[in-house]
Structures are given as structure tokens and as C-alpha cells.
Design a protein around this ligand. Sequence first.
Ligand code: PNS
Length: 163
Amino acid sequence: MHIAVCPGSFDPITFGHLDVVRRALTMFDEVVVAVATNDAKVPLLPAQVRVELARQVVADLPRVRVGLVPGLLADYLQEQGACAVVKGIRGASDVDAEVPMALMNRHLSGVETVFVAGDQSLAHIASSMVKDIARHGGRIDDLVPGPVVAAVHAALAERKGGR
Ligand code: PNS
């Protein structure tokens, strides 16, 4: 059984992420969408909400499960028995950001990272931009699945209301 982990902040999960998960499924027996903490980012959505949204939007994909990474990704990879990390690459800046993490994860766990070029028609989608667009009243329904649209709007409204 070859298990791959697709890690990310998923704040929120987008159509671009789902494309990468589908591509990972063509190479591995099982794919774990792993919601992790990126200390360089302040998330809009709490981790448990990100996990729940990911579960909803991968529900129709066989051989995919969703997990929460409680600490180091390297430890999670070993705990899951993963043979690979799969990450999507949209362009050169993704390579610059991802290669150091791939090297460190290999150093810590021995697990290799496989980089996948996502669908070019989705290459403009980034979670940070999705949040920015929604914050300024723009449409995000062609960037993220339906349940995510609602959750992002709810989280922004809550934040605006100071709750
Ligand atoms: O979607 P992102 O923010 O690019 O994903 C980065 C993420 C969350 C996968 C990375 O920050 C991570 O692995 N966080 C877990 C803690 C960890 O293992 N840090 C060391 C990474 S080399």
C-alpha cells in the first residue's frame, strides 16, 4: 500500500488543491489530505474548520482521507506510513518555497516529495487571494467549492463583527 500525504494550510482548500489531490490519486493507493500549521501565516479559519471543509469536499473521492497534523509534518508522515509527500507547483515561486521544505522533510523523515504541475487553468488560484477577494466583496465561487464559499464569508463576517 503506497500512501501519499498532501500537506498544506488549506486556509481554505481550493479547486487547485483538489486538482493536486486527484493527480496524486493516479500515482498512489491512498492519499491523505493533511491540514497543518504554517507558522508564517495567521489563518482565517480554525484548523478544525479547515479539516471539516476538506472532508466535505473530498467526500466524493475514493481512497482519500483527511487528517490534522498536530506538530511536525515529518512525524506525521512516519505515523501514517507515508512513502511520499505530494505538493502542487504553480510556478517558480512555488518551487523556491517548496524545495527547502522538501529537503528538510527528507532530512527529518527520509520521505521524498513529489512535485506535481497542476492544471494550468487553475494556476492563478491561491488561498491568500481567495480570502483577499472575498474580503473585498468579490466572487470566489469559481475558485473554491460551495461549502468553502460559505465558510469563508462566515469567518470574515465574524471577524468584522469583532466576535
Ligand atoms: O499550504 P502551505 O502553507 O504552503 O503549507 C505549508 C505546511 C503547512 C505544509 C508547512 O508549514 C508544514 O509542514 N507545517 C507543519 C510543521 C512542520 O513540519 N514544519 C517544518 C516544515 S519543513
